[in-house]
Design a protein around this ligand. Structure first.
Ligand code: GLA
Length: 720
């Protein structure tokens, strides 16, 4: 027998389906006039898994794999070839030629094979003279290439913007030239009579394709090439979300392809990426090795609830209704009157995020049904839409007004959240943590019992009662705890506090849990001091012989951009301790990978806290490629302007570093066998005005990134 929840879902589904058919019919006069991509395209593209390594076998095997693993059934039906599929020159008649090694039988048989699986084939070209990879572009061959694609059975063309001969269009802006060239290809594709989705890839500043792409294309890139890390994903999300008014059926904002499976982000971060893309009604193009996806990654791609939000036939992208402090609320109008509400925490710390049904655009009602799209829980609320969301995580719901008779059958929506009075706690010290349980439903919750637990070594003491017999609709129950960190431990660590609630909704006993990371730091005491010349507060810790620094910062030497952006790091150091004849040593125990200019190691300079007035900088460190590097101020100018990396040598941690000073000459050494053998790195001479007397000396860390903190650890820092 169907339970009330299942029946409710079924009846919502039927309502949705009827409305969907009507909406699709109403909107068939879509952009580009080709009637295609009435919902955002879904599929695969090879670029981010193999870059220029595409070939027929990979394309056909991926299509097979997508049938076998359920992706095709979930809606992913485009199989798209990116750059590098063609031979370096056209044939005598000016036709494009597939690369004979990559596509020995040409493209047509690949298209036929993909079609035989019930899928569609996409290809890549470029509006310029050559593609981004330097192969023949379509400039001057637009109609001819469109006809070629149609003859091969192509269903989707991604059209790039590298190497456009802007000089051929005097007096025109780059955007105007692009409009001309993208229209040429759009017209060329239409003239073939074959239904071909047209995807514009011209996201450079000033191109603004969302302003002019809809009449000629089905989708346009809004943002630069994505990378598989949270920061890049966030940049592309933030660069796209504001253009919600410009997209709709047949014409979509494209924040670039999905990275889920590429290994650079956590499952939590991938879940956020997928939810954000679906909420924005973005194309869902997986650019990864499909065969290598784990079960958990596949479950993200195939979550039917979230895919349905993306594919909702109304085609309305989600609208941001708040984003204060990096806590985002988006609401997406759905067919049938519901809303998909996305609560996204772009910060690193768990936080409660809330909105209301009316703020999300729903009509006034006594109660609303909430379907959590990732846990599948179905609850009811009197109007609050809230969740306690982990750092970098999301909570995603579809919400709709409930007919009166349904509300009492659903469990009330409850939210358990945690908050700490001090996010950073010295070892052995106490903080107050509040645990709060809210009943957002329209009926009472009974027998509420809260607990808070922590790792061994912690002391957790409730400061009031932890039980309440009845929590009325709309009520909140808060318990404060005194939590005391262990007296000893690593110099810097994030310790998890776990809250749990047990309670009786009308039907059965339920539970909720929440976690909060509490950063615990051992105090850095004399003679050591700390210096932070980054733009974001750094974290410092000391414990016994161990030191740790959590910092952002571009480092002491930033090779790709030259010296001007150097000197952004955090350090633990001793003041005026490096004499003209002295030796500093430390063992770097971990230096997590960050940006290219990041690293961890030793640093000496006149004044650690004042880089620009402190020219005598010398650093000996392990960079984020695990190379040993020496960087120094050779000219006596403001910056560390010279560097030397022990090329071709990557080291494993722990790495011992030794910096020997003789006046203005410094020699660096490293050892990877606990100091048995010391190998020289190099000897450098700093500018004369930069090696006067005693200097500050210490250990430093920079993540190499403006957006993230990474933590490096050290052992046995000493100066003699
Ligand atoms: C550009 C595009 C990418 C990819 C490459 C291929 O960088 O933005 O998506 O197509 O070109 O060279």
């Amino acid at each position: 027998m169907l339970g009330p929840t299942v029946r409710l879902r079924t009846c919502l589904l039927i309502a949705c389906l009827c409305a969907a058919v009507l909406a699709a019919a109403a909107q068939s006069a879509a952009a580009q006039g080709n009637g295609l991509a009435l919902t955002p395209p879904m599929g695969w593209n090879d670029w981010y898994s193999v870059y220029c390594g595409v070939n027929a076998q990979l394309v056909e095997q991926t299509a097979q794999e997508m049938v076998a693993d359920g992706m095709k059934a979930a809606g992913y039906d485009y199989v798209n070839i990116d750059d590098c599929w063609m031979a370096p020159s056209r044939d005598a008649s000016g036709n494009l030629v597939p690369d004979p090694t990559r596509f020995p039988g040409g493209i047509a048989p690949v298209a036929a094979y993909v079609h035989s699986l019930g899928m569609k084939l996409g290809i890549y070209e470029d509006a310029g003279t050559t593609t981004c990879a330097g192969l023949p572009g379509s400039f001057g061959h637009e109609a001819q290439d469109a006809a070629t694609f149609a003859s091969w059975g192509i269903d989707y063309v991604k059209y790039d913007r590298c190497n456009i001969p802007y000089g051929d269009f005097p007096g025109e802006s780059e955007e105007q030239v692009q409009q001309t060239l993208y229209t040429r290809m759009s017209d060329g594709l239409k003239a073939t009579g074959r239904p071909i989705v047209f995807s514009m890839c011209n996201p450079d500043p000033g191109d603004d394709p969302w302003d002019w792409g809809a009449p000629i294309s089905n989708l346009w890139r809004t943002t630069t090439d994505i990378q598989d890390n949270f920061g890049s994903m966030l940049v592309n999300f933030e660069g796209t979300v504001g253009h919600y008014e410009d997209a709709g059926p047949g014409a979509w904002n494209d924040p670039d392809m999905l990275q889920i499976g590429n290994g650079g982000s956590s499952l939590l971060e991938y879940t956020s990426e997928f939810s954000l893309w679906a909420e924005m009604a973005a194309p869902l193009i997986a650019s990864t090795d499909i065969a290598a996806l784990t079960k958990a990654e596949l479950a993200i791609y195939e979550n039917p609830n979230v895919v349905a939000v993306d594919q909702d036939p109304l085609g309305r992208p989600g609208v941001p209704i708040s984003s204060a402090n990096g806590l985002w609320v988006l609401t997406k109008q759905l067919t049938g009157g519901g809303r998909a509400v996305l609560l996204f925490n772009s910060t690193n710390t768990a936080a409660a995020i809330s909105t209301t049904a009316t703020a999300a655009g729903l009509p006034r009602a006594r109660a609303y049904g909430m379907h959590n799209l990732w846990t599948n829980a179905v609850t009811e609320t009197g109007g609050a839409i809230s969740a306690f969301v982990p750092g970098r995580g999301v909570a995603m719901f579809t919400v709709s007004a409930l007919p009166k008779r349904h509300a009492p059958k659903l469990a009330p929506h409850t939210v358990l959240s945690l908050g700490s009075g001090s996010a950073e706690l010295p070892l052995g010290q106490s903080a107050t943590v509040a645990e709060s349980f809210a009943n957002d439903g329209t009926s009472d919750v009974k027998r509420v019992a809260l607990t808070l637990s922590a790792r061994p070594g912690w002391v957790v003491k409730p400061l009031g009662r932890t039980h309440v017999p009845v929590l009325a609709a709309g009520g909140r129950f808060t318990v404060s705890y005194r939590v005391t960190a262990p007296a000893s431990g690593p110099p810097l660590a994030t310790s998890i506090l776990s809250g749990a609630a047990a309670y009786d909704p009308p039907a059965r006993r339920a539970s909720a849990s929440a976690t909060l990371g509490e950063i615990v730091a051992g105090p850095v005491g004399a003679p050591l001091q700390t210096a932070d010349v980054t733009t974001h507060p750094a974290l410092f810790g000391a414990s016994g012989r161990n030191l740790a620094i959590g910092a952002r910062g571009l480092g002491v030497f930033n090779p790709p951009y030259g010296a001007a952006e150097t000197d952004s790091y955090a350090a633990i150091y001793e003041h005026a301790r490096a004499r003209r004849s002295s030796t500093a040593e430390v063992t770097v125990t971990t230096d997590p990978a960050g940006g290219v200019s990041g690293g961890a190691g030793l640093i000496e300079r006149d004044a650690m806290t004042a880089p620009k007035r402190s020219r005598a900088a010398v650093a000996l460190y392990v960079n984020n490629f695990a190379e040993v590097v020496m960087a120094w101020n050779a000219s006596g100018g403001e910056d560390v302007d010279n560097h030397y990396a022990l090329g071709s040598l990557t080291v494993r941690f722990p790495v011992a570093l030794r910096l020997v000073r003789r006046g203005s000459t410094y020699t660096g050494y490293y050892s990877t066998d606990r100091g048995k053998v010391w190998s020289p790195v190099t000897t450098v001479t700093v500018a004369a005005n930069a090696s006067s007397g005693k200097q500050d000396v210490g250990v430093f860390h920079a993540s190499g990134l403006e957006t993230w903190t990474t933590t490096a650890t050290f052992r046995d820092f000493r100066v003699r």
